[in-house]
Design a binder for this molecule. Structure first.
Ligand SMILES: Cc1cc2nc3c(=O)[nH]c(=O)nc-3n(C[C@H](O)[C@H](O)[C@H](O)COP(=O)(O)OP(=O)(O)OC[C@H]3O[C@@H](n4cnc5c(N)ncnc54)[C@H](O)[C@@H]3O)c2cc1C
Ligand code: FES
Length: 255
């Protein structure tokens, strides 16, 4: 799949709740094929903060408008500098990078599980599944109701189930304790979020003999398989999260 290095125009940068925001980008060229689970490496030209590019998942794509969106949480200087981009500014990307989720066959009972900014790649995945006639269950976990993001967008592509750690919305606790997991069964689970959460979901899937893919968010440098700072230990040896992933089947991981 062709990769591009391109400066894209910021056509919107919308603050969401707390430290989250959504950037919408427009290309002056026809967008390349982008698959659910792929990511971009972003930097602001001339900025010291993003001298090393920052990896961000493709959150949603609108091929008709020739735009796509990134859902970002401010955690440090790089993401903070992205949050300050104004309409009309440009963001330089290498994209689309990485492999993608393996899409299930029609009729597969499918569950998407996300926590915090790990929900980012799941909207585009959900939209794709819906276009293929698969309406997924979507289990999302947040710290509290003030941190629930884009509920309506996820509800438009699947059946949403919520947990919050303090019980202020949905069921109280972590996604892994949601009652859904006690009664439903699935053919395929896709998961992205904090590693502890993904490991717990992987454990549930193993116990229930369910195929599961996780999207890893290892620290990255180059994003293109050169620096080796993103390696993950797998049954096939050490693999790069940026080029062999970020999506891995749990059967491949030594979890
Ligand atoms: C494939 C991939 C997809 C990602 N998708 C998204 C996304 O869609 N939205 C989003 O908000 N973030 C996403 N991330 C995480 C994002 O890349 C980091 O939060 C970002 O690079 C931090 O840059 P910074 O300069 O703001 O913070 P830094 O100053 O670099 O770091 C601030 C703190 O965040 C921690 N941190 C940095 N990178 C990561 C990481 N990858 N995982 C966990 N902790 C990290 C650092 O250890 C440090 O404690 C993704 C990461 C990967 C690898
Ligand atoms: S980030 Fe450099 S090899 Fe993966």
């Amino acid at each position: 799949m062709t990769k591009r290095i391109e400066s894209l125009k910021v056509i919107d940068n919308k603050p969401l709740k707390k430290d989250f925001f959504i950037i919408e980008l427009e290309s002056s060229r026809k967008l390349p094929e982008m698959k659910p689970g792929q990511f971009v490496q972003a930097r602001i030209d001339g900025s010291q903060e993003t001298f090393l590019r920052r990896p961000l998942s493709i959150h949603d794509v609108d091929f008709v408008r020739n735009t796509f969106r990134l859902l970002v949480q401010v955690v440090g200087k790089g993401t903070e500098s992205f949050s300050k981009l104004n309409k009309g500014d440009s963001l330089n990307l290498i994209y689309p990078l990485g492999n993608s989720f393996t899409l299930p066959t029609k009729g597969a009972r499918t569950l998407l599980v996300g926590g915090g900014c790990g929900i980012a790649p799941l909207l585009y995945l959900g939209r794709y599944l819906k276009s293929q006639g698969i309406i997924p269950d979507i289990l999302l976990g947040f710290r509290n109701r003030d941190r629930i993001l884009e509920y309506n967008d996820y509800e438009a592509v699947g059946n949403v189930f919520l947990t919050t750690e303090d019980g202020s919305a949905g069921e109280k606790g972590f996604v892994t304790s949601h009652s859904l997991l006690g009664k439903a069964s699935y053919d395929k689970v896709f998961c992205c979020g904090p590693e502890m959460m993904m490991k717990a979901i992987a454990g549930w899937c193993r116990k229930n003999n369910t195929d599961c893919e996780v999207s890893l968010e290892n620290l990255m440098g180059c994003g293109i398989g050169v620096c080796l700072c993103c390696v993950v230990d797998t049954v096939k040896g050490h693999l790069c999260t940026c080029t062999d992933g970020p999506v891995f089947n749990i059967k491949e991981l030594k979890w």
